[in-house]
Ligand binder design. Sequence first.
Ligand SMILES: O=C(O)CNC(=O)[C@H](CS)NC(=O)CCC(=O)C(=O)O
Length: 266
Amino acid sequence: MSLPVAVAQFAALADKRHNRAAITGLVASAAAGGARLVVLPENSMWSHPDTSVDPFTASENLDGEFTAFLADLAREHTVWLVCGMTERTEALGKVHNTLVVFDDTGKLVTRYRKVHLYDAFGYHESDFVAPGPISEPATFELDGFRFGILTCYELRFPESARRLAVAGADALVLPAAWVAGPMKEDHWITLLRARAIENTVYMIAADQTGPTCIGQSTVIDPGGVIVTGAGPAPGRAEALLDLDRIAAVRETTPSLSQRRFEVVAR
Ligand SMILES: O=C(O)CNC(=O)[C@H](CS)NC(=O)CCC(=O)C(=O)O
């Protein structure tokens, strides 16, 4: 069984209308190209290259304008969407860095709030983002494939990916805003391939583009083969996921079923 997916990339700004227009164009073209699932970057609703609006003011609830927009888009193009947004929390001044998943009827299937925040490389995401709770592995099912959900910096936490693979994921979706810098493209592709190979899963990673981020949205297959890449500029790339490919890789590389240790929360 096979499933056509697309990764789509652009640079989100503080101007929400700009971001929605970019998303509309990318989803329309991906759907016209036959994609069943379109993965968009982390923080696609709003991003903060300038400090004129603070994240809490920009944030929206899960029944807000942005999710209504995504629901309409999914329904209009009969396509599943995974997208990152800035979600309001109860705690005044703090937001969640949240991924939402819509099915092709516009129903919110699930959401995932980033657990590991990007307090690294001089960034302090936890200054304005509250981490999500440690809960059941975040997954959703589409056309016989089980997808696990991770956000950006969480690519650096192999136990997060492993936990999703153990929960039955065939593929991991990873919306990101991977900040540009020395070695960052190498970290991105190396870690994506490592997570794919060690867990024998597809990695479906959509990243924001420059100047802040690197683009390079990518699909890696369960054997570590780079199936497609979107390069540095705004745009998209498609790939066909194949359950037989996963089974074939797991036949020759049974590391997932041979493991001797469990992943536990700390
Ligand atoms: O702040 C921005 O404008 C864009 N960045 C983001 O939205 C997020 C949270 S700050 N970025 C990451 O998690 C980068 C991870 C990363 O780059 C790594 O792990 O190396």
